[in-house]
Design a protein around this ligand. Structure first.
Ligand code: COA
Length: 213
């Protein structure tokens, strides 16, 4: 557990999320990602996006990262960080199967399903094969953003990365987040412009802080 100060000087204590937090965190992450470019691309229209995002985060929290993942939140569920440890295998067929309930939320089977499949495949193709902690999701409730919650949610796992000499990796779909992640020592290693009017993605890698740095 870690604490980090915000602009007003208060602290955000973090803890591992429990199964009783799932419903609350699904809503928090659904709100946090409501204007996300990937969500807007895959789930066309407000109703589809609202439903699709919540279904997606429920799948992440209860299936994809429930067993070998780590979910960090704050005592008041102001946000969540969902991590996959280096020991978790890269996504495979089983993960795709978990995502199947999202099919009705993808707009127009002719267009969005192939778009989603291509996007997923390309993102996974670029995922480094070297062992790393993978930040699958980081989100702060919109009315709590800019107050240090997101930074606090990164501290526990990034400290462990530094202590154990393990890199970390993430994809970002917002340019605004690059400076935020750079402050946490992530560096952009690649970019992808998704075709068919899709979003731009940035791939970011973080080497562990050398001892004594
Ligand atoms: C990115 C995000 C997790 C940061 O969490 P946070 O609690 O706002 O983070 P902190 O308060 O620790 O740091 C704030 C920094 O985050 C960045 N930031 C990105 N989006 C922001 C937003 N909507 N509001 C405030 N800061 C934001 C800024 O660089 C800001 O630094 P600044 O104050 O110098 O501008 C959060 O803004 C969020 O949930 N955004 C929407 C979902 C998202 O994009 N998640 C990341 C997916 S890769």
């Amino acid at each position: 557990m870690a604490t980090a100060g915000d602009a007003a000087g208060s602290v955000h204590a973090t803890r591992r999320a429990a199964s009783g937090d799932v419903a609350g965190l699904v809503e928090v992450l659904g709100r946090a990602f409501d204007d996300d470019p990937v969500a807007g691309f895959l789930f066309r229209g407000d109703r589809r996006r609202h439903r699709g995002l919540r279904r997606f985060f429920r799948i992440q929290l209860t299936s994809l990262y429930a067993g070998d993942g780590e979910v960090w939140t704050t005592g008041d569920l102001a946000g969540a960080a969902i991590w996959a440890p280096p020991s978790k295998a890269l996504p495979g067929l089983r993960d795709l199967w978990h995502l199947a309930p999202l099919l009705p939320d993808l707009a127009g089977l002719g267009r969005s399903v192939p778009d989603a499949a291509r996007l997923l495949a390309e993102v996974e193709r670029r995922r480094p094969r070297a062992p790393h902690w993978y930040l699958a999701t980081l989100g702060t409730d919109p009315d709590r953003q800019g107050k240090g919650v997101g930074s606090a949610l990164l501290v526990d796992v990034l400290s462990r990365c530094d202590a154990e000499g393990v890199p970390a990796y993430l994809e970002s779909s917002k340019e605004r987040n690059l400076a935020f992640y750079a402050r946490h020592r992530f560096e952009v290693t690649g970019e992808l412009q998704v075709p068919h009017g899709g979003p731009r993605l940035w791939f970011m890698w973080r080497e562990p802080r050398p001892p004594g740095d």
